[in-house]
Write a protein of this length. Structure first.
Length: 615
């Protein structure tokens, strides 16, 4: 559900405003109403740019810290605790990191160039360039060539004093010594060697590597000693940015003497805020919300529905005056995931992995991962029970094992393919009708009672058709009783689909709605067949991998089990990955398209973000 919000206005004398903001931030519950900026936004932009630079370097340092090997478990390096940095200290440290990273990148390009030159010179060996310079001064030019061994002409040795220096595979490396006035005319590729000798290049490369190692050590030290401090600096910038944004959303009244601020606070916290501000003598007033207000949205759900809030947020937040769909989509999404994955063994594996991670890795995992693991536990449990409908367990059928307890379970819950197909369609009908019921409530809340009557008519019509089809002996389809119900349903469908408009326009819109409902509803229901199809395809693939493992197993006491286990591990790992992906995406599509559409959900709400201290 959505938390009820109250709107407040605050009027403060300009000299008291900064102290007021500190008080308001200490309360930590007011979401500031956005408005046209009342000042220069340059300071806010600079803070945002600084945080962007900082976040980039924090990711770099975190990666470096994680990739730094420990010599042994006893000497494992631990990060230093965070220390408070002033804004100047944080900016200086950030600049130092950026300079070191830039220098490391530049030096890497220098090393690559040196390595290329060394590789080029290594085939010629070490030689004294001073000797070549003296020969040039004496009137002789030393020229370096390379050519295929088959193209080398021995006559060049006499004509141009060619000297073979090296042979690498089918390539010859040679040089010629000729008068400066008579350069050699040879059908070979002339080589331009680096200006420095091999020994000098290697010494330069060694110095560059030593300097790069020094920079690496420096950045690693910063990663362990200062990363947490930089995170506290990021928090400092975030707090300063929040305060600056509040100032920009503050109105300036009475020749800039008064500051006017509007904001939203959860109704449950308004008394606490009023008492705190009244104690310091600040003026505030509770305002009446208008339809044009952009009221922030905060969820408040039970422990089960709370795990599915991340699914709702992937689409968009509801508007303040809409229903929160999270509690309503949660049970459907849970069941749909279980049917799509459809294997009790896979569900048990997900449940065990998520539970193990929460029990043994809770200290190492980020806080954002814990709700994900809780959701995986729920979905794994759903899959575990949904798999019992077909008896699938890692591609095997548990109902073929001859276990009495499983035989008892088979008689009561097992379904064949045709029954699973009908179950998928039935779930689609139930969710769509449930969505239409929510649409009635949504429209009545937002626009008034009369705006939900048309959808009520459609619900009555659809339910009556379903009842008449299932129980023709009680109420024949389009019999006298059914026609009376259809007539009753037709009144709101054709007369109240757009309240307040001309009656003939309503009738025309009712005809158009009837066409859309007749063509769209069938497609919506058939979309739920994917629940059956995905579960069936996943089970087939699992059994195929089982057959491959046993069929391709070598007839060898040692090699046979190894090959079989490898095929099973690789095959089922691929199948789990593909099917879990499908079991997330397709129920999400059914939720966001079929369910939300029929529920009349529009979304577009803004998250509740109170002005508070970040730690």
């Amino acid at each position: 559900m959505i938390v009820k919000m109250s709107k407040y206005a605050f009027m403060v004398y300009h000299r008291e405003y900064e102290r007021f903001l500190e008080q308001l931030r200490g309360i930590g519950a007011v979401h500031v109403q956005e408005r046209e900026p009342s000042g220069d936004v340059e300071a806010s932009r600079q803070l945002q740019a600084e945080r962007k630079r900082l976040r980039t370097q924090l990711l770099f340092l975190e990666k470096r810290q994680n990739e730094t090997p420990a010599e042994d478990s006893k000497n494992k390096r631990t990060p230093a605790p965070a220390r408070s940095l002033t804004k100047a200290e944080g900016a200086a440290l950030l600049g130092e990191i950026e300079q070191a990273v830039e220098e490391l990148t530049r030096r890497q390009a220098v090393r690559q160039s040196l390595e290329k030159d060394i590789a080029q010179l290594s085939v010629w060996g070490e030689f004294d360039r001073a000797t070549i310079d003296r020969l040039h001064e004496a009137g002789y030019e030393v020229t370096f060539f390379t050519c295929p061994a088959s193209a080398f002409d021995a006559a060049w040795e006499d004509l141009h004093h060619a000297i073979c220096i090296n042979r690498v595979q089918s390539t010859v490396y040679f040089l010629t010594v000729t008068p400066v006035s008579a350069p050699p005319d040879i059908g070979a590729e002339r080589v331009q060697l680096p200006a420095h000798g091999l020994r000098e290049l290697r010494a330069h490369l060694a110095a560059e590597r030593e300097y790069a190692d020094e920079l690496d050590r420096k950045l690693t030290d910063i990663a362990f000693n200062d990363r947490l401090s930089l995170k506290s600096y990021d928090t400092l910038l975030l707090n300063e940015l929040a305060a600056e944004n509040v100032r920009l959303n503050t109105g300036r009244e009475v020749e800039d003497k008064l500051r006017l601020l509007e904001g939203w606070i959860p109704a449950a916290k308004e008394k606490e805020m009023e008492q705190a501000l009244a104690a310091d003598g600040y003026y505030f007033r509770k305002l009446k919300a208008t339809p044009d207000d952009s009221v922030p949205v905060q969820f408040r759900n039970n422990a089960f529905a709370r795990q599915f809030e991340m699914i709702s947020r992937l689409y968009m937040l509801p508007k303040y005056n809409e229903l929160d769909m999270t509690p309503f989509l949660a049970p459907f999404f849970m069941v749909f995931f279980g049917l799509c994955l459809g294997d009790s063994g896979y569900g048990l594996l997900l449940l065990l992995v998520a539970t193990g991670a929460k029990l043994f890795m809770s200290q190492k995992l980020p806080a954002s991962m814990k709700p994900v693991l809780s959701l995986v536990q729920i979905l794994g449990t759903s899959t575990l029970f949904c798999g019992l409908l077909t008896g699938a367990f890692f591609g095997m059928n548990v109902y073929d094992w001859g276990v009495p307890a499983l035989d008892w379970l088979k008689e009561r819950v097992a379904l064949d393919n045709s029954q699973m197909f009908m179950l998928a369609l039935l779930l689609g009908v139930v969710q769509i009708l449930f969505g239409m019921s929510l649409n009635v409530v949504n429209r009545m809340i937002q626009f008034g009672f009369v705006h939900g009557l048309s959808t009520i008519g459609w619900i009555i019509l659809l339910v009556s058709i379903g009842a008449a089809s299932l129980f023709p002996d009680v109420m024949p389809l389009f019999g006298a009783v059914h026609l009376v119900i259809v007539g009753i349903a037709a009144v709101p469908i054709f007369l109240f689909n757009s309240p307040g408009k001309n009656i003939f326009l309503n009738i025309g819109l009712g005809v158009w709605d009837t066409y859309n409902m007749a063509t769209g509803l069938l497609g919506d229901v058939l979309s739920y067949v994917r629940l059956f199809a995905l579960g069936l395809s996943g089970g087939i693939l699992a059994s195929v991998f089982n057959s491959l493992a046993t069929g391709m197993r070598p007839d060898n006491a040692v090699l046979g089990p190894i090959v079989m286990v490898l095929i099973l591990l690789i095959g089922h790992a691929l199948n789990i990955f593909m099917n879990v992906l499908g079991a997330v995406v397709h129920p999400m599509r059914l939720t966001f398209v079929e369910f939300f559409k029929n529920a009349g959900y529009t979304g577009g709400g803004k998250a509740y973000q109170p002005f508070k201290w970040n730690y």
